[in-house]
Write a protein that binds this ligand. Structure first.
Ligand SMILES: [Zn+2]
Length: 249
């Protein structure tokens, strides 16, 4: 008799793990758990092996990209970054996916709120619809993966559509999960013109800022101007201070 292999998606009660940050990171609970395995028999009932399930809690630090996820989850905003270093060959370049530091000069970049631009101008650059997924997939199939292009941004954002069918050049707008997972899956896209009542449960549009609110001022984390000036002039200590400030935040 063949034995059923255990479902790798099961939750092991009593083996929760938590990480708190009070004067340094503290890890509590079970981060690696061994649970009893299941014998593997052949058709004649002869023992051929055993399953050895191990449950691991993977800790993913967001580091300098934490601001992006915080804005996504808390404020339903989409942040990009821009290099403000006038001596950098990539000066003025904007990046989405969010990257904290410039790939050309290594200095910390400035967060820019792209939410309104996304609602007005984001388009599908290319797409793929897949019926199959890798391990641990949590998205409903078929998954409609899209690469999104924004004017002025030199990178493509990869995401997925939860309504409608993708096509090249399709205007899409972002939607945000109301019960967040604190991952990039909290961001998805729907065709422009989708009405709020058409959204699946658990998803919302962003509440866009009013005209008198300057979205550029809404986020901290921009390096001190004097520090940036010194770094631009080649001051190694200033460059290091900007570079390492993420590690201390
Ligand atoms: Zn730069």
């Amino acid at each position: 008799m063949k034995k059923q292999l255990p479902d790798t998606g099961i939750i092991v009660p009593g083996h929760e793990a938590t990480v708190t940050n009070k004067g340094g990171y503290h890890f509590e609970g079970a981060f690696s758990t061994i649970v009893p395995g299941t014998p593997i028999m052949d058709d004649e009932g002869t023992l051929r092996g055993v399953t050895k399930p191990r449950y691991m809690v993977y800790v993913h630090s967001y580091g300098g990209e934490a601001l992006f996820f915080e804005a996504l989850v808390r404020d339903h905003k989409l942040l990009a970054t821009r290099c403000e270093n006038s001596k950098c060959p990539g000066h003025g370049m904007m990046y989405l996916p969010y990257r904290s530091h410039c790939p050309d000069c290594g200095l910390k970049m400035t967060p820019i709120d792209m939410t309104e631009l996304a609602y007005n101008e984001a388009k599908v650059y290319t797409f793929v619809v897949t019926e199959r997924s890798g391990a641990y997939n949590t998205l409903a199939k078929p998954i409609r993966f899209i690469d999104i292009e924004f004017p002025g941004i030199i990178t493509f954002l990869k995401s997925y559509m939860i309504l409608g069918e993708p096509s090249i050049g399709l205007r899409v707008v972002p939607v945000f999960r109301t019960d967040p997972t604190f991952t990039i899956e909290d961001l998805a896209w729907v065709p422009e013109g989708t009405k709020p009542e058409e959204l699946p449960e658990g998803w919302t549009f962003s509440a866009l800022p009013s005209d008198d609110e300057d979205p550029a001022n809404a986020y901290e984390g921009v390096p001190d101007k004097e520090l940036v000036r010194m770094a631009n002039e080649g001051d190694l200590e200033a460059r290091q201070e900007i570079f390492f400030r993420d590690c201390n935040e």
